[in-house]
Design a protein around this ligand. Structure first.
Ligand code: NI
Length: 174
């Protein structure tokens, strides 16, 4: 496995729509594994292909990973599709590895049902609520070129993009 570069705002790739995967082959499996390693190292709970500069509909998530004892429960998804969502909404503070150190409350359907292809090419469904629901919707948004800051006011959004640009520039100087 290898670590991939994570693109940060305002990288154009984060605003592009990713294309469906035909099937899960060894290349896609390697991409999924590399994305997982990259996400664990960051650390984060979700990562979509756009964030590592790839434009296929692949994402990884793990809400249970703990570095200390190696606990993990990774979820690999290709071609995820929300096939049902609740009318009830949920508001939760979100962050993003592509928008480091910035957080904002985002309102989304509280529960969703997601259809997807897993790492072994099998069709699966996931019922998500709470943090997992926010996470999977956030990652699917990425595949459609939508960042969580696109759900908040343009004033806050522009401020966060400016902060990240400065932050990234500071890292590069070090
Ligand atoms: Ni994100």
């Amino acid at each position: 496995m290898s670590k991939l570069k994570i693109y940060t705002v305002p990288a154009p790739v984060l605003k592009e729509k990713a294309q469906p995967v035909a099937r899960i082959d060894d290349t896609i499996r390697k991409q999924m594994d590399d994305m997982l390693e990259t996400m664990y190292a960051a650390p984060g709970i979700g990562l979509a292909a756009n964030q590592v500069g790839l434009l296929n509909r692949v994402l990884v998530m793990d809400l249970e990973y703990r570095e200390e004892d190696g606990a993990a429960n990774p979820i690999f998804m290709a071609n995820p599709e929300i096939i049902w969502h609740s009318e009830e909404l949920s508001c939760m503070e979100e962050g993003c590895l592509s928008i480091p150190e910035q957080f904002a409350e985002v309102k989304r359907p509280a529960q969703v049902k997601v259809k997807y292809i897993d790492r072994d090419n099998k069709e699966q469904e996931l019922d998500a609520s709470g943090l997992l629901s926010h996470c999977v919707q956030h990652e699917i948004d990425h595949l459609d070129g939508i960042r969580f800051i696109d759900h908040i006011s343009s004033l806050k959004r522009n401020m966060m993009v400016r902060r990240v640009k400065k932050l990234v520039k500071d890292y590069e100087v070090l």
